[in-house]
Design a protein around this ligand. Structure first.
Ligand code: AMP
Ligand code: MN
Ligand code: MN
Ligand code: MN
Length: 283
C-alpha cells in the first residue's frame, strides 16, 4: 500500500497548493494520502475535496510542534475530526507565537549583518499565521547568503547559530490529547531527527504512550534505510503502529517526492489499518 501520510502545502511551509499536491500524489501512485501542515488544519477541506475528486482516499492530518525536554519534537495527527473545537483552539495557540518569534529571528540575523529578513521571509509565506524557519531559509537562498536550504539549516536558524530563537511550543501531553480526543491517532514524526540520547528517547516514547500516543513514523523522507530499520525495532518494542510519509515540502527542496518512499519493513502494524473507519473514500 503506497500510503503517504506526511507532507506540507503553502498553508504552512510547503510551496504547492493543497489541490496541486493532491494531483501530484495521485500521479505518483499514492493510494492513501494525508496533508499534514504544521500547527494548522486550514488546508484540510481543500486537500480532502481535491483528493476525493481525483479518486484518492484521504485521511485528515496535521503536524504539531511540541517542546519536550527542551527540544522541538513533531507529533503528526491523523484521522481526526478537523472541526473539533479543542483541537482547533490548541493549534491556534501553538501557532500564536510565530510572528513574534519571526521578528526576533530577524533581529538576530541583523546582528550578523543580514538585514530585512522578516520582510524577505514574508514574501514566501502563504498563510500569515504560519511564518516558519523554512520561509527564512528560502529568503536567505534567494538573497544569495546560502546556496540551498540545507546549508541555511547548517549555518543559521538552529541552536548555537545566528538567527536561532528558542521557542516554547505545545506540551507533548496536550498535543497527543487534542488529536486523540478528536478521534485521531497521534504519531511521533521522524524520530531520528531529534538526536536524543537513549535515555531521552526512552522517556519520549514512554511519556508519549502514557498520554495515549499510538504511532511512530518508521519510513520517512527524513530517515536513512538504517534509521527506518532502527525505528521498526522501536515500533515493535513499544508496540506502536507504524507510519510512512515523505515529508514533501517542495519540488525544488525535497529529496523524496510524494509517494516515493520504500515500503514499511515487514512485521509492523501499519497505522492506516487502525484508521480504516476514518478514511474518506471517493464514491
Ligand atoms: P519551524 O516550525 O519554524 O521551527 O520550522 C521547522 C521547519 O524547518 C521544518 O518543518 C522543516 O521544514 C524545516 N527544517 C528544519 N530543519 C531543516 C533542515 N536541516 N533542512 C531543511 N529543512 C529543515
Ligand atoms: Mn516543514
Ligand atoms: Mn517535522
Ligand atoms: Mn513535516
Amino acid at each position: 500500500m503506497n500510503a503517504d501520510l506526511h507532507c506540507h502545502s503553502n498553508v504552512s511551509d510547503g510551496t504547492l497548493e493543497p489541490e496541486v499536491l493532491a494531483a501530484r500524489a495521485k500521479a505518483n501512485g499514492v493510494q492513501l494520502w494525508a496533508l499534514t501542515d504544521h500547527d494548522e488544519t486550514g488546508g484540510q477541506q481543500r486537500a480532502r475535496a481535491a483528493a476525493l475528486a481525483a479518486g484518492l482516499p484521504y485521511l485528515t492530518g496535521t503536524e504539531i510542534s511540541v517542546t519536550f525536554a527542551g527540544v522541538t519534537v513533531h507529533i503528526v495527527g491523523l484521522g481526526f475530526d478537523a472541526g473539533d473545537e479543542a483541537l482547533r483552539r490548541g493549534l491556534a495557540a501553538t501557532r500564536g507565537g510565530r510572528e513574534q518569534r519571526a521578528r526576533e529571528m530577524a533581529g538576530e540575523l541583523a546582528k550578523v549583518g543580514i538585514h530585512g529578513a522578516y520582510e524577505g521571509a514574508l514574501k514566501y509565506v502563504g498563510n500569515p499565521d504560519l511564518i516558519s524557519r523554512t520561509h527564512f531559509a528560502r529568503h536567505l537562498v534567494e538573497a544569495g547568503v546560502c546556496n540551498d536550504t540545507p546549508e541555511v539549516f547548517r549555518r543559521f536558524l538552529v541552536e548555537g547559530k545566528p538567527g536561532f530563537v528558542p521557542h516554547r511550543w505545545a506540551s507533548l501531553g496536550d498535543a497527543v490529547r487534542w488529536i486523540t480526543a478528536a478521534g485521531g491517532i497521534a504519531v511521533v514524526a521522524h524520530p531520528a531527527r531529534y538526536r536524543f540520547t537513549a535515555t531521552e528517547e526512552y522517556a519520549l516514547f514512554s511519556e508519549f504512550k502514557a498520554h495515549g500516543g499510538r504511532g511512530v513514523e518508521v519510513v520517512t523522507g527524513s530517515h536513512t534505510a538504517a534509521e527506518a530499520t532502527r525505528y521498526a525495532d522501536v515500533a515493535r518494542e513499544f508496540d506502536l503502529l507504524a507510519s510512512r510519509g515523505s515529508d514533501f515540502h517542495s519540488p525544488d527542496e525535497s529529496r523524496i517526492d510524494l509517494g516515493g518512499l520504500p515500503p514499511l519493513p515487514s512485521g509492523l502494524k501499519p497505522v492506516w489499518e487502525a484508521l480504516e473507519s476514518r478514511i474518506d473514500r471517493p464514491d
